[in-house]
Design a protein around this ligand. Structure first.
Ligand SMILES: Cc1cc2nc3c(=O)[nH]c(=O)nc-3n(C[C@H](O)[C@H](O)[C@H](O)COP(=O)(O)OP(=O)(O)OC[C@H]3O[C@@H](n4cnc5c(N)ncnc54)[C@H](O)[C@@H]3O)c2cc1C
Length: 382
């Protein structure tokens, strides 16, 4: 299908932003875990927060395939910047597709500019994979809902003005997912960010623990206005989210591959550039092949979504394969760099610390395999 000329231009704009502004300075922010306010401000100005918002609400309204490419380019510069638009874009997608007219006009224009940043809150301290066992719940009060419980590992929470919260709104139904809603929660009384969690990579942007202690929201805070439809909504959002995570992995993998190809030509041993040693050449060949396979899977999932199909399985495959490939490519880039690969003066050690997040986040790869197997059987019933 390919991208439109305007979309190609947008990807080129992001690539220039990454090469001119991000890559030369990323270590300044990353190593000391400094929030990259100036990059985020530039991303707002360039329209990156409005990629999935409709044009009528001020968005750029690109295809999922373009969104994936932009994400990859950002992650090629610094995965944290791609993470900063991840949950935000999923919530944009949910409001766009399932929100009421009031929710769309209230949030989408400000989300498109990045004035309101959003994140999604699913994971709880007791578990992220077993979402059916979640405890955070909302009970009916006069004119609205009172929310209590806690969420953890919520990306960008301290800078978010809107939380797409998945929680229980009917405790009496079975299975539990039939009693879940996505609630659009703004910070306010009864809501605190209790902790910023220290982490291996994905630095600069925060991941936090949230506490809801009788946070009261109005009736119309339920996504779409009707309770207990949240599981289905969120599963649709996660299709985009998993394509986004696959694209983040592609960006990290591409950066590691690029650095390895360059270094293998510069560095010499035994009188020749190291890529001419068959073991190193083979490493590069395998890295590039995995990267290309990951790109094709991701592109395929994105294009299917753009053609209106469900992509639970395809997005799961892309996320699974691309994240494992990025991890391996990052490790192999360290091998190619020898001792320098272990140095904080080179970027490859950062790729190696960033890559595991894509294995764990947006549903672990073990959960992706469960989703893929379930879909294989559902689509091939005997
Ligand atoms: C930096 C970072 C940012 C994050 N950002 C967000 C965010 O913005 N919003 C959000 O909601 N969450 C976020 N997460 C949370 C992430 O989605 C969860 O960590 C992930 O879903 C796994 O949940 P868990 O950590 O509770 O692990 P668990 O669910 O406890 O899993 C532990 C292990 O058991 C395996 N396992 C569990 N159940 C099964 C099963 N049925 N079959 C096979 N294996 C299984 C898992 O694959 C894993 O290997 C983030 C996490 C990190 C690290």
């Amino acid at each position: 299908m390919g991208l439109s000329a305007d979309e190609e231009q947008m990807v080129a704009l992001v690539a220039d932003f990454v090469d001119d502004r991000v890559r030369p300075r990323v270590r300044e922010f990353e190593q000391d875990d400094i929030y990259p306010a100036e990059f985020i401000d530039a991303m707002k100005e360039l329209g990156f927060f409005g990629m999935l918002a409709p044009a009528e609400f001020g968005g750029v309204d690109v295809s999922t395939a373009c969104f994936a490419r932009v994400t990859e380019e950002l992650a090629r510069g610094w995965m944290s910047l791609a993470g900063a638009i991840g949950g935000h874009s999923v919530i944009t997608y949910l409001i766009r597709n399932f929100g009421t007219d009031e929710q769309k006009s209230k949030y989408l224009p400000k989300m498109a500019t990045g004035e309101i940043r959003a994140t999604m809150a699913l994971t709880e301290p007791g578990g992220g994979s077993d979402l059916q066992a979640m405890r955070t719940n909302a009970t009916r009060v006069d004119g609205g809902w009172s929310i209590s419980g806690s969420k953890t590992w919520i990306s960008n929470a301290a800078h978010s003005g809107l939380f797409g919260l998945l929680c229980i709104t009917d405790r009496d139904v079975s299975p539990a997912h039939k009693g879940m809603s996505v609630i659009l929660v703004e910070p306010g009384d009864g809501f605190t960010i209790s902790k910023k969690l220290p982490k291996l990579g994905y630095r600069g942007v925060e991941a936090c623990e949230l506490v809801f202690d009788s946070r009261v929201v109005p009736d119309d805070a339920i996504l779409g206005g009707e309770p207990n439809l949240g599981w289905g909504h969120m599963m649709r959002g996660l299709e985009v989210g998993r394509i986004q995570v696959a694209s983040r992995a592609l960006g990290v993998g591409q950066a590691a591959l690029n650095d390895a190809i360059r270094y293998a030509q510069e560095r010499e041993s035994f009188g020749k550039p190291i890529w001419k040693h068959q073991s190193v050449g083979n490493l590069l060949a395998d890295m590039a092949t995995k990267q290309q396979a990951a790109r094709l899977l991701t592109q395929d999932a994105a294009e299917r979504l753009d053609s209106g199909k469900r992509v639970d399985m395809e997005a799961g495959m892309a996320k699974l394969f691309a994240s494992e490939a990025a991890m391996q490519i990052a490790l192999d880039a360290i091998r190619v760099h020898g001792g320098y690969g272990y140095s904080r003066e080179y970027d490859v050690e950062r790729y190696f610390r960033d890559a595991p997040l894509m294995i764990v986040g947006e549903g672990t790869n073990e959960i992706q395999r469960n989703v893929i197997a379930g879909q294989l059987v559902a689509r091939n019933k005997i």
